[in-house]
Design a protein around this ligand. Sequence first.
Ligand code: ZN
Length: 130
Amino acid sequence: MVVTEDLAKFGQRELEIAKDLLTAYLENNKTKMLEDSKVRLCFNMDSGNVFLSDENYNVGVVVEKRHLIEKGRDDYPEVIYKKELVDWLHCPECGDEADRYEFEDWVTNGDTVEECCKEHLKEIKEYENN
Ligand SMILES: [Zn+2]
């Protein structure tokens, strides 16, 4: 796995994602795992993923989240999409991974969820609530 922090190696697409990452980091950071320590922009040249990573390899990614505004413009309900920075969760046992929303949705509603992933999410929640 080749991960670079050299922006000169980022292509146009990767730089666009990097821009979204920094904007979300600044304005809409919903991560709970990402620590305030040695946060950097990374590009995985094998997978094409662009993300933020901290000293302990916690990872943040950008997702686009749908919001319903009950009273939008002219008092009509309105749907908007907002980019958020969220944790990238990775089950240490089976290696399944996804952004927080997908991971939680899958563990909560999926038919074929591994026990290890349920356990992993439970541990994360416990860690966050302490
Ligand atoms: Zn698992």
